[in-house]
Write a protein that binds this ligand. Structure first.
Ligand SMILES: C[S@@+](CC[C@H](N)C(=O)[O-])C[C@H]1O[C@@H](n2cnc3c(N)ncnc32)[C@H](O)[C@@H]1O
Length: 282
């Protein structure tokens, strides 16, 4: 399990730039824009606000927030990856953006003062926190009373594959169960995420949206990439299965049978995702 959290930080910056430049097949631009739009809508920041983007990555949400808070507001991008933050800095310089600040830190040890933010966001990061409760506690500590939180998380533990005809190969299904039992990020479900916010005694709303990725127009190679090499390095399904003791030859056979099935059946990969938002009560 430990390997899940020790991924080299540089891997995220490359993965994120590929994703956001559209050179990765799994998420289309429309889905990403829809997610970012909803995060910012749920936060509804005012001009002049100070907003923190926890686990900002290469700034997908950060730059939208910077527009929303305007020149009198500021956005603080927190991430533990120096490479990711350099990407944000580079873009700020290129575009002449002056209302984004960066803080290189883990969320758990973030040095920002308590109650210093009017709003906080966190997209696709919760499942990488070693202690999700502690991470969320820390984020909420930095939010002022009456400030708004807007969080988004894919529920990889609830993902499923739907085929046009016939179920996926049995060995593949057994492998998927094993993957989900192997802990975060693939064990994350709505109960866990809601439980963490309830544990902070916060009232919140949550919406589940099912994002669907059709394998129909993808090549076999792309399908394998999307499913088995979905996340960078040791977080990928492939690395996790090897860690779980899967023999590489056996794994290759399962992968190839799965990819053939997915193409024949025009399979759809469904990932439920949760939006959580609310106002901090003291
Ligand atoms: C899947 S990416 C999401 C990036 C960005 N929020 C987005 O959605 O485009 C996860 C990000 O969280 C950062 N991260 C993971 N664990 C973290 C932690 N404990 N503290 C701060 N950042 C963390 C990684 O460096 C990476 O940039």
């Amino acid at each position: 399990m430990k390997g899940c959290f020790s991924i080299a930080s540089g891997a995220w910056s490359k993965w994120l730039s590929d994703l956001n430049s559209g050179s990765k097949p799994e998420l289309d631009d429309f889905v990403l824009r829809n997610i970012v739009f909803n995060i910012v809508e749920n936060l509804a920041p005012s001009s002049g606000d100070t907003v923190v983007d926890f686990g900002a990555g290469d700034g997908l949400v950060t730059f939208e927030l910077a527009k929303a808070v305007g020149s009198t507001g500021r956005v603080i991008a927190v991430d533990k990856s120096a490479e990711c933050l350099q990407l944000i800095e580079g873009r700020c310089r290129k575009r002449g953006i002056e209302n984004i600040e960066i803080v290189q830190s883990s969320i758990e040890e973030c040095p920002l003062p308590p109650s210093s933010a009017d709003g906080i966001v966190c997209k696709s990061v919760l499942c990488y926190l070693e202690d999700m409760q502690l991470g969320v506690h820390k984020m909420l500590e930095i939010l002022r009373d009456g400030g708004v939180f807007s969080i988004f998380e894919p529920l990889l533990g609830e993902s499923s594959l739907r085929g046009g005809k016939g179920a996926p190969p049995a060995e593949f299904l057994a492998m998927e169960d094993r993957l989900k039992e192997s802990g975060p990020p693939r064990s994350i479900n709505r109960e866990k995420v809601r439980g963490v916010f309830a544990g902070e005694a916060q009232d919140f709303e949550s919406i589940i949206v099912h994002y669907r990725f059709s394998f129909e127009k993808m090549s076999l190679e792309e399908i394998v990439k999307v499913y088995f090499f979905d996340l960078p390095g040791e977080l990928s399904a492939y690395s996790r299965l090897v860690e779980c003791g899967y023999d590489i030859k056996e794994l290759e056979k399962i992968i190839s049978e799965f990819a053939t099935w997915a193409t024949d059946c025009r399979a759809v990969y469904v990932i439920p995702c949760i939006f959580i938002y609310g106002t901090k009560s003291g």
